[in-house]
Design a protein around this ligand. Structure first.
Ligand SMILES: [Zn+2]
Ligand SMILES: [Zn+2]
Length: 138
C-alpha cells in the first residue's frame, strides 16, 4: 500500500490524536521519509528545527501513534526498534551494510502456509536481511 496523506493534522485528528506541532512534525517525518526510523533518527533531525523537542517526547508520541493504530513497530534486530506509518501488511528488507530498511509488497494470499490452518493470526512480521542492490553494486 502506498500511504498518501494530504493533511497530517486532519489525519491525526481523525484518528483521535490531538495534532500538536511536534506530533505533526513527527508523523510527517514517518510519512515523508519512509525510512523506518529509530527514535534517535527522528530526534536528531527534528531537534534542529524544534529545539524544545526531547527524546522522551518523540518516544511517547510514537507510542501514542501505535496505540491509535496509525503506526507500527518494526523489530528486525533485537536491540533496535523502528517505526512505520504504513500499517498495511507488508514486508521489510534490511541491508546490513547501509542499515537501510525498505518496504516489500507482500501478497499474503499468494503465501500459502497450510500449517497455519485453524490458528488465529494476530500479527505478521515478514522481514529479510542481507545486502541491498546499491551496496552490492558498490
Ligand atoms: Zn545497503
Ligand atoms: Zn514499512
Amino acid at each position: 500500500m502506498k500511504l498518501v496523506i494530504e493533511n497530517v493534522g486532519e489525519y491525526l485528528k481523525a484518528n483521535g490524536v490531538k495534532p500538536s506541532y511536534q506530533r505533526i512534525k513527527i508523523f510527517e517525518y514517518l510519512v515523508k521519509k519512509r525510512n523506518h526510523p529509530t527514535v534517535d533518527m527522528i530526534y536528531r533531525e527534528l531537534v534542529q528545527k524544534i529545539p524544545t523537542l526531547s527524546k522522551t517526547t518523540v518516544y511517547n508520541t510514537l507510542n501514542l501513534f501505535i496505540e491509535k493504530k496509525i503506526a507500527i513497530i518494526i523489530i528486525i534486530e533485537e536491540n533496535e526498534t523502528r517505526y512505520d506509518a504504513d500499517t498495511s501488511i507488508h514486508g521489510h528488507f534490511k541491508c546490513r551494510e547501509c542499515q537501510t530498511v525498505i518496504d516489500l509488497d507482500v501478497d499474503l494470499k499468494k503465501m500459502s502456509i497450510d500449517s497455519l490452518d485453524g490458528h488465529q493470526v494476530h500479527e505478521h512480521h515478514i522481514y529479510f536481511k542481507g545486502i541491498c542492490k546499491n551496496c552490492k553494486a558498490a
